[in-house]
Ligand binder design. Structure first.
Ligand SMILES: *Cc1c(COP(=O)(O)O)cnc(C)c1O
Length: 386
């Protein structure tokens, strides 16, 4: 019975509750009537509240209404959907793209369309839950390799029976650790062993690479991978996700990806706002400059204070604590000082790696980051972390 399980979770301090943000999700938000600095959003470039995105959403709503009314295949495909897919394909330098209502839906639709029972999936241990769920749904044999461990992956590839259909699955930027997949090695290994590679670039899109095209651009690997997926709800500030690749793959997904077929099309407002977000990536590159300046300032500040972090090279900055209760105490002490950075505990992260996951955006001011660092120092000293 779920009541019993609920009680267990409560006893183990693993019960989660929803936190209400009572204002626009900018860098300062209202939580329980108090103004606090938000260090928890994946809205890396501040686009979720950008006036041009709001305007695009309002205009599309006025023209096309609020809801799409049906799945894309029935009668839900509206001009903003097609325009967005063409713009995504141009942005990514591929033939075509397909938009899903969320990254979760994209992954649970894409993976079972790519591979089935009889196939083998090799996935990084810290892959996003939606990738793991997609792998499970596919019915393929799922093997997990240690985080970023290309030696173990090589062994697993060498050991499988010759010619077995194989898909390697990884995040581009890992969502809880902020580090990067070793993509150059993964691409080499996939090529050498005749395996395919799926990169989920949810946290790379809009952030990594000189033009913000993502982790593949960062590594100079765009020409080496024929397809990948990413999301629109993080740096692009809207919601939804895309698969970008050859026209044949996109045509195939339209007819086979169940989370695309059997789900109502995203609202026209969301598609139109995403299209505008792609324009802004190009027209306001200073947002990315400010993001990286803020990221470096905050990361160096935490290191100088003596906090332990991961191999992060992204705007995701985890402060490793270990014990889940201590991580919760840390979050509470931060909140008391007007800083919201959440504690992340199992099952979201492995045992003994409970942490505060702080994220930096282009819109944080240096004053705000100073305040946040001071709060981390006070809380860290009180808990004997530094
Ligand atoms: C957030 C995230 C997703 C899920 O995307 P949603 O659009 O939020 O459903 C998928 N993969 C990774 C790596 C993510 O970080």
């Amino acid at each position: 019975m779920f009541e019993e399980r609920l009680h267990q979770l409560e006893e183990q301090h693993l019960l989660r509750r929803l936190l209400l943000i009572e204002s626009e999700p900018g860098t300062v938000v209202t939580i329980e009537g108090r103004r606090v600095i938000l260090m928890a959003s994946n809205n890396y470039l501040g686009l979720a509240t950008h006036p041009k995105l709001k305007q695009a959403a309002v205009s599309a709503t006025e023209r096309f209404g609020v809801g799409s009314g049906a799945s894309r295949l029935v009668s839900g495909t509206l001009p903003p959907h097609e325009e967005l897919e063409m713009a995504l394909a141009r942005f990514k330098g591929v033939e075509a793209a397909l938009v899903f209502s969320s990254g979760y839906l994209a992954n649970i639709g894409l993976i079972p369309a790519l591979i089935g029972s009889g196939g083998l999936i090799l996935a990084d241990r810290l892959c996003h839950a939606s990738l793991i769920d997609g792998c499970r749904l596919s019915g393929a044999n799922l093997r997990i390799f240690r985080h970023r461990d290309t030696d173990q992956l090589r062994t697993l590839l060498a050991r499988r029976s010759a010619g077995r259909d194989t898909l390697i699955v990884t995040d581009g930027v890992f969502s809880m650790d902020g580090d990067l997949a070793p993509l150059p090695e993964l691409v080499e290994l996939a090529d050498r062993h005749g395996a395919r590679l799926l990169v989920d670039d949810a946290h790379g899109t809009g952030v990594m690479g000189p033009q913000g095209r993502g982790t593949l651009e960062h590594f100079g690997l765009e020409s080496r991978l024929s397809f990948h997926m990413g999301t629109l709800g993080k740096a692009l500030g809207t919601s939804g996700a895309y698969v970008a690749g050859p026209a044949s793959l996109i045509r195939y997904l339209v007819s086979t990806a169940r989370s695309f077929l059997f789900s109502t099309a995203p609202p026209p407002a969301t598609a139109a706002a995403s299209l505008t977000a792609l324009d802004i990536l190009r027209s306001e590159p200073d947002r990315r400059t400010r993001l990286w300046e803020n990221r470096d300032r905050f990361y160096k500040g935490l290191k100088a204070l003596g906090f332990r972090t991961t191999d992060t090279v992204s705007p995701i900055i985890p402060v490793l604590i270990g014990d889940p209760d201590k991580a919760l105490d840390m979050a509470r002490l931060l909140l008391k000082q007007g800083v919201y950075a959440p504690a992340i505990r199992p099952p979201t992260v492995p045992k003994a790696t409970s942490r505060i996951r702080a994220t930096v955006t282009s819109e944080h001011t240096s004053e705000q980051l100073k305040t946040v660092l001071a709060a981390f120092q006070t809380a860290g000293q009180e808990l004997d972390l530094i």
